[in-house]
Design a protein around this ligand. Sequence first.
Ligand code: HEM
Length: 495
Amino acid sequence: MRLLFAALLAATAPLTTDSGAPVGSNQNSKTAGARGSVLLEDFTLIEKLARFDRERIPERVVHARGVGAYGTFESAADFSALTRAKIFSAKGKRTPMFVRFSTVVHGGNSPETLRDPRGFALKFYTEEGNWDLVGNDLPVFFIRDAIKFPDMVHSLKPSPVTNRQDPNRFFDFFSHVPESTHMITQLYSDLGVPANYRQMDGHGVHAFKFVNAKGVVHYVKFHYLSLQGVKTLTPEEAAKLQAADFQHATKDLYDAIARGDHPSWELTAQIVDSKDLDRFSFDALDPTKIWPEDQVPSVVLGRFTLERTPSNFFEDTEQSAFSPAVQPPGIEPSEDKLLQGRLFAYTDTQRYRVGPNYLQLPVNHPRSPVANNNQAGPMSSARPATDVNYEPSVSGAVAETSAYAYSRTPLSGTTQQARIEKTDDFSQAGAFYRRLDAPARARLVQNLAGDLGQVKNAAVKTRIVGFMLQADEEYGGRLAEAVGVSADAARLAVR
Ligand code: HEM
């Protein structure tokens, strides 16, 4: 026993300060005499407290609670006719990736059982730079213009006065936003509380562009379908689980990967020729709409599997930074107005949340070489070894490659600040309701009435019922009854 203890001691590395000096005592501060005071010159103590004081970075303004894992994507075929993105250039091609799942509204240590969309962000380390596909578990979104996002999030977050999330506030907001009807209907269905992150689908939500080497553009919507199947929790199951374990989904992912039960998803795409974009009864770039499968069937692009959890949560998961603007050649944003705002917001928040050199951190750093003249700033570790930090230069150290210029989009018309023409706010919400079986319809109405029933302002309640009536008469009628609103008054309120 004594020998074993001695052997363990021999293997132990000396405890050091951050500057590498061995530490003499990690148990007692240096004091003036037996009683004290504590001496400021005890730098080991000062450094330890100072580092502790700075352990947190600001949490994400949304999607604060999350869990991440590393994995691999394998392409199902050579898709180079559609996109020059190297990740899809050959059948069986493997690309490493990092994935972060999250809840949206509540803070960093909130329960994982709440009714809330789930974030499902993918980072592919491709050979021509990273591709971040920053999606959610639900296929549509509440709003269609980025200018409304801060208002929406303020209404969904806890009240600035009471620090409590309050249906009075978010239904007040949504009662002015008819395009939220589809997302609200999906969110209050069974899909609103996923059982865990493995048994949940994901969706890119927006249309993006696939661009091939000749510059030909197709519009695509991405989906990732769980090969574990989809499982949800009833409110009763969620309440019971939350009482026993408020972090069950994080545990579920770590446990599954540890036992070798590596979760997988099929990555699919719906693809529309750019000249066909206007052939739909709705606006194909409106993120409050799905592209119905019977009109645009999905193609399987490949499959990804999660194989490894990070060795440290903060280093990888907390510092991971995904952005819809991070795309390699062959994948570009569409003109979707919500997506266009996201292209700015993510990298902006990450330069503040993590720091301007966040892309140098291992979890965010591309696996392909980075060569440009962006430089310095806090925490830079890029170690450039040239004095030619400009371009052009006779040195020819770095040069643009014209073949990688962005695709070209034809334009006409004037600038404007206006809603889209084909708003069609309600028909897909109604179609979603009618696809549910009778018990699922009843649960949706009950879930929605549970929150809407708390709303004190009659006009707000009436307008929300009016939206649901426009989606489907049966749906709206049942909701009207459940929250004590006159259906006739609701119909009039949203005319
Ligand atoms: C204009 C609309 C939106 C804005 C301005 C916005 C903004 C943000 C911001 C600032 C963050 C925090 C990022 C960070 O700190 O690293 C975030 C996270 C996130 N957002 Fe959005 N968001 C928008 C819409 C959406 C939509 C439509 C989706 C889904 C398709 C989405 C999915 C996510 C996900 C998954 C994360 C967490 C990423 C991670 O795991 O680190 N967001 N969003």
